[in-house]
Write a protein that binds this ligand. Sequence first.
Ligand SMILES: *[C@@H]1O[C@H](CO)[C@@H](O)[C@H](O)[C@H]1NC(C)=O
Ligand SMILES: *[C@@H]1O[C@H](CO)[C@@H](O)[C@H](O)[C@H]1NC(C)=O
Length: 218
Amino acid sequence: MEVLAVLSVCLLVCLCNSASPYLRFVLKFSKDRDQLERPPTFCHGLDCPRFKVLKSVKGEYEVREYSASQWVSTNSAGIDFAEASQTNFRRLYNYISGKNSAGKKIKMTAPVIIKIIPGPGPACESNFTMSFYVVKDNPPTPTDSKVFLQGFPSFRAYVRSFGGYDMESIKPWLKEADKLRNFLNGTYSYNTDYYYTAGYDSPFKILHRHNEVWFIAE
Ligand SMILES: *[C@@H]1O[C@H](CO)[C@@H](O)[C@H](O)[C@H]1NC(C)=O
Ligand SMILES: *[C@@H]1O[C@H](CO)[C@@H](O)[C@H](O)[C@H]1NC(C)=O
């Protein structure tokens, strides 16, 4: 038995070393598949939307191709990001806690995304749409009229990832969105009317938090 195991390890090593074009193809193919089908570690075992990384510039940004996905959303207008976020979060949390046509609880997913359409000035209201990712094909209908299901077609996003836990304020998000804008600097075209924040951790997690800002390609 042991001999057999050792032999197969040797065989595997030899095969990999010889790296025939076919094998290289298979390896590359499974790598692509992994990126598409295996949830990234920062989802922490929660269901999260599928994407493929098309390009990655370390420390700067990533280009991702997201598959079509379903979300449950709600929006509110306001000057204060934290206040709008609390209102929106409560509505969506109620939806997954049973305020839906099936009266059923739904598992929390990741990330919590917020589409921000900035107001025309600092004292003007912005439009905040918060969404939770939905796994099921036929999710129950929200019973709160302010909550709605939304299908996203596949989309391409320019993504900047960063840590930090003081995410109740809009400031760190704005700072990272500025950086992303600079890194993309004229190379890519994306919609400048809005951007997304994506949070992957509960507010109680302090270390190794994962946050992202997204610009959507046009
Ligand atoms: C926010 O923008 C969405 C479009 O993204 C729109 O449907 C909605 O009515 C707006 N909500 C508010 C409160 O302005
Ligand atoms: C991009 O960066 C270069 C140099 O860093 C600058 O000259 C150029 O104006 C920038 N382009 C845009 C569109 O911001």
